[in-house]
Design a protein around this ligand. Structure first.
Ligand SMILES: [Zn+2]
Length: 477
């Protein structure tokens, strides 16, 4: 097996249970595994990577993404959030959009997502969607480490009037899709040297029956796979669940035995005790007590004016907080930055949700959520999932504390090399086999078809300009 030695000015190395700043350090990996970290190394080397004036960090674990649609949020969902649905875009915007996304657009979005993720620090992705085989194919090809879940549910939401959210239930209660999701895991789990893994993901708490959620929790336990679910993601969903069950969504999940350390819940942003719900509860305490993990995707909410109350508070209560991109941009750099800043604003405190906190969330906490002690850290026996950043670029200088610079100042330009499973998957911003110009063209065509198709799917028959007026009116010629 080939042995690679990285000599770097800065290494974020793991020691005594946490990240440490190792100056002038060496990281050695053999095959897919790190074998040595330290100040010196005199052993053999098949390959040496000179990372002078560079920062080597562990790769980021992005715990909630939808590769087949997130790129298509751009130029559409921003600046729009209906007050009737408490600013959530789920019921009008995503409903009009989803049916209008063609198969070609979904495939284009998945391909486009690969370089977007690899150029912004994601080395492990948790993908939730309906195109698991396509994602697995791209993960195999590109080298991305991917946990893939095939979504299923008992019904769907819709609005027929822009005032209420209604539900349409399917006859088989999502059972067929649940079984297909299990077969998918059996088919892909462990492929590509274990880089591709499966997990179960009933889609949303309000679209899944109690029976389906119970079956999911049982199956996840038996199969020893992660279990994801969208929960407490909007005020209408919160109200719907309290109306159905007389308790909060998170209380209900606890009651039906769904919550465990296996759960990775997106987004838990509207717990009972939040000012958004104003419903007497201790949902954050339940999350902490049950060990359920939160996939926090700050941006999809913050850009609409909705903030978690707060990242720092959840963390202080003992909830394992992980970080995710969910929407576009699919950048973990941005996700860490906004997580920190929004929590500081909500808490009106500077010294909370620090660079260290969000960096931990994007690495060690993500690994904990997946039950992986070999991810999210630079230590012997961990997987060689590494990022090499410039330390002397326009954006990264001056540098004393690499983590603060990464969280508050870095751009995708500063990420020079991504290594996953010991394989260089991105170098000098190039992901082999993924031409950004060609991918951009395909996504543009897919988005255009989607924009054109929305009018016939919107409940009020609005076209794209009525649903989401352009920032400035067209220039009159
Ligand atoms: Zn989601």
């Amino acid at each position: 097996m080939s042995r690679t030695v990285i000599r770097a000015s800065h290494v974020i190395a793991y020691q005594d249970g946490g990240h440490r700043h190792l100056k002038d350090g060496v990281v050695v990996y053999e095959g897919d595994t790190i074998v040595h970290v330290g100040q010196t190394y005199d052993g053999p080397a098949d390959q040496v990577i000179d990372a002078k004036d560079k920062v080597v960090t562990p790769g980021f674990i992005n715990t909630h993404a939808h590769l087949s649609e997130s790129p298509l949020d751009k130029s559409f969902v921003e600046d729009r959030g209906p007050r009737q649905f408490y600013l959530s875009g789920l019921f009008e915007f995503l409903s009009a959009r989803d049916g209008a996304i063609t198969e070609a657009a979904r495939r284009a979005s998945i391909a486009y997502s690969i370089p977007e993720l690899l150029r912004t620090g994601t080395t492990t992705i948790m993908e939730i969607g309906w195109h698991g085989d396509v994602v697995a194919e791209h993960a195999a090809r590109s080298g991305l480490r991917a946990y893939i879940g095939q979504g299923y549910r008992s019904g769907r939401w819709y609005t027929a009037n822009g005032r209420t959210v209604d539900y349409e239930w399917s006859e088989d209660d999502g059972d067929a899709a649940f079984k297909e999701a299990i077969r998918f895991i059996e088919r892909v789990d462990g492929k590509e040297n274990g880089r591709i893994r499966g997990f179960l993901t009933p889609m949303q708490i309000d679209t899944c029956s109690e029976a389906l959620l119970r079956r999911s929790a049982d199956a996840a336990r038996e199969m020893k796979v992660p279990l994801a679910l969208h929960v407490s993601q909007s005020v209408p969903e919160f109200h719907e669940m309290t109306r159905r069950n007389g308790c909060t969504p998170i209380e209900w999940l606890q009651k039906i035995g769904f919550l465990s350390e296996r759960c990775i819940l997106g987004h838990c942003i509207i717990p009972g005790e939040s000012s958004w719900a104003n419903y007497q509860a201790d949902d954050i305490g339940i999350l902490a007590d049950t060990g359920a993990n939160v996939a926090h995707a700050v941006w999809v909410f913050a850009r609409r004016g909705i903030a978690m109350e707060s990242f720092a508070r959840y963390q202080k209560r003992g909830v394992n907080m992980t970080i995710a991109t969910d929407t576009c941009p699919q950048s973990m750099i941005e996700a860490m930055r906004w997580t920190s800043v929004v929590s500081k604003i909500v808490d009106r405190q500077t010294q909370v949700a620090t660079a260290a906190d969000v960096f931990n969330a994007a690495t060690l906490n993500g690994a904990k959520a997946l039950g992986r002690e070999d991810l999210g850290r630079i230590a012997p026996e961990a997987k060689a999932d590494l990022l090499i950043w410039q330390s002397d670029s326009l954006f990264m200088t001056p540098l004393r504390d690499p983590i603060r610079n990464l969280v508050f100042s870095a751009t995708a330009e500063d990420l020079q090399t991504s290594i996953i499973d010991g394989r260089v998957v991105m170098e000098n911003r190039v992901v082999p086999g993924y031409d950004p110009v060609e991918l951009g063209r395909a996504v543009q065509a897919g988005a255009q078809a989607m924009w054109d198709g929305m009018q016939q799917r919107d409940w009020a028959g609005r076209d794209i300009e009525q649903l989401s007026p352009s920032s400035f009116p067209a220039y009159r010629g």
